[in-house]
Design a protein around this ligand. Structure first.
Ligand SMILES: Nc1ncnc2c1ncn2[C@@H]1O[C@H](COP(=O)(O)OP(=O)(O)OP(=O)(O)O)[C@@H](O)[C@H]1O
Ligand SMILES: [Mg+2]
Length: 271
């Protein structure tokens, strides 16, 4: 059986002590797995991902990573912090949080330079990612002047270039055109085959089956209400409806306008 990578027990967290964001989360994530989190806006997905990335810590309960409890104090130890940052990488939901250098190129190589990676190796990794993500023309531009999708590609590159064992992605395909989304998903699948653990939060149910072998569903009460394989979760319309994951949709069939729940997964090719 695969080793447990992350383990959360009875985790509570609130921002500034008054805005609850996680209210009793228990879960475990095996090494090398593909896991996704789905749920309504504000249910705690991004908070959880930031906790897995060692940026937030439980008010109550414990989080373990690689067998050891994750505590804020650990990150004052330079060796621990460095090893953790090299092992776990997060692509933020809002790319502006992640991009702060004068040029795209500087932003992408910032992490590996900080970690002291060999310059030739950084160049090799940069060229590969620039190629896959088709961002060559952006390298000398200022990140804050890019489109949302361009920023996301740069943010993804700046995390992937570190080659962490655990890749955490918050809404990786939001704002991306279909072909670019395809490239990113293919890239994530390749990384997983190569042994990396892939953890994503997404509203895009289309990608859930490809990017995960286990799905966790958050409720508005900011805890996990279900977890299972994507095929089981995605066919549970009642569950999806209860958690804002399908919408009531009006559209035209041959015989008139229908209003019904729509899962994003259904196509009307047969109509
Ligand atoms: N910086 C913050 N300060 C105060 N409250 C916050 C902050 N960030 C998030 N929250 C609150 O924490 C809760 C969980 O937010 P979180 O961003 O984790 O949700 P989410 O599931 O990622 O939502 P979305 O689908 O909109 O990205 C929400 O109620 C939100 O209002
Ligand atoms: Mg979020």
């Amino acid at each position: 059986m695969a080793k447990t990578l992350f383990e959360l027990k009875g985790v509570y967290f609130s921002y500034l002590g008054k805005f609850p964001a996680l209210c009793g989360v228990d879960l475990s994530i095996p090494e090398g797995s593909r896991v996704s989190f789905i749920g309504a806006n504000g249910c705690g997905k991004s908070t959880l991902l930031q906790m897995l990335d060692g940026l937030l810590f439980p008010d109550k309960g414990i989080i373990k990573a690689f067998g050891a409890e994750l505590k804020e104090n650990n990150f004052n130890n330079e060796k621990f912090a460095r090893e953790f940052r090299q092992s776990v990488g997060l692509v933020f939901q809002n790319s502006d949080v992640q991009l702060f250098c004068p040029t795209v190129k500087e932003d992408i190589v910032f992490g590996p330079l900080q970690l002291g990676l060999d310059k030739q190796e950084i160049k090799k990794r940069l060229e590969r990612l620039v190629d896959i993500l088709e961002i060559k023309d952006l390298l000398d531009r200022a990140p804050h002047q890019l489109s949302i999708g361009e920023k996301r590609k740069v943010a993804i590159a700046s995390t992937l270039i570190i080659e962490p064992k655990v890749l955490i992605l918050d809404e990786p395909t939001a704002g991306l055109d279909p072909l670019t989304s395809r490239h990113i998903i293919d890239l994530l699948i390749q990384e997983n085959i190569a042994g990396k653990t892939i953890i994503t939060a997404t509203h895009d149910l289309h990608i859930v089956e490809e990017i995960s072998d286990q799905v966790f569903v958050f409720s508005r009460e900011k805890r996990i209400v279900r977890n299972g394989v994507p095929s089981d979760i995605l066919k549970d319309t009642e569950l999806l409806e209860a958690h804002n994951l399908v919408h009531i949709h009006s559209h035209r069939h041959k015989d008139g306008v229908h209003i019904h729940a729509h899962t994003h997964l259904e196509h009307h090719a047969q109509e």
